[in-house]
Design a binder for this molecule. Structure first.
Ligand SMILES: C[S@@+](CC[C@H](N)C(=O)[O-])C[C@H]1O[C@@H](n2cnc3c(N)ncnc32)[C@H](O)[C@@H]1O
Length: 204
């Protein structure tokens, strides 16, 4: 994972069209579901921070120093930001009620290790909430994503369009208890160690 000064500088502007087309609502839905002691992985420029209304305390990690710098002013009360990778979370076992990831598993270098780490830091009754863009569900779109990904990765800070992201969660030991396919490109859902995530589902 490298540092991406240019991508960080235009990230918020790049997200505007997606957020206006409905992704902002998805962020709200996923992030407002987070309760208790919360970890956000790959916080980017901190676009999610304003939606953590129901969390007691939020810790966020982000490895890219340029993203991190832009996220700092968005940190709210009882939140802390640490430079770290999802593959090596600097937190003890079973230390979070909720882990949140939005649009991060496309970019993480070792998504299987990251899923294992999320499982490790979640409490036994904890929940993992996610909104990600896995490979498209329609074969012709999925093929296009496979073709475009080698170039796209270089332009978009390491983002893969062709990952079967949910399969990494499952291979990492997380059990999916709810999943919503929002369109051909985006999914949102929740997972946990047991598959019986006791926390309330998505909040609108
Ligand atoms: C597309 S951005 C998403 C940012 C933010 N989650 C959002 O929803 O706007 C992907 C983020 O994942 C971060 N990232 C890349 N590799 C990572 C890793 N190994 N662990 C955690 N985050 C990583 C990137 O630096 C970037 O900030």
């Amino acid at each position: 994972m490298g540092a991406h000064m240019f991508v960080a500088s235009i990230y918020d502007a790049l997200m505007l069209p997606a957020d206006r087309l409905g992704f902002e609502q998805v962020r709200r839905m996923v992030v407002r579901s987070a309760r208790g002691r919360v970890l956000e992985i790959g916080a980017g420029t901190g676009l999610n921070f304003k939606h953590f209304e129901n969390a007691d305390c939020v810790l966020a990690i982000e490895p890219d120093p340029f993203m991190l710098k832009r996220a700092v002013p968005r940190v709210k009360t009882c939140a802390a930001l640490t430079q770290a990778r999802a593959e090596e979370l600097p937190f003890p076992d079973k230390s979070f009620d909720t882990v949140v990831s939005t649009l991060t598993f496309c970019t993480i270098g070792n998504p299987l290790k990251a899923a294992q780490e999320i499982k490790r830091v979640l409490k036994d009754d904890g929940c993992f909430f996610f909104a990600e863009h896995p490979i498209a569900d329609k074969p012709f779109l999925a093929n296009a994503e496979r073709v475009v990904t080698p170039l796209w990765k270089k332009l978009a800070g390491g983002c893969h369009l062709d990952r079967d992201i949910v399969s990494y969660f499952e291979a990492g030991g997380l059990r999916i208890s709810e999943i919503i396919r929002l369109d051909s490109f985006f999914v949102a859902g929740k997972a946990s160690k047991s598959g019986n995530c006791l926390k309330p589902g998505f909040q609108s």
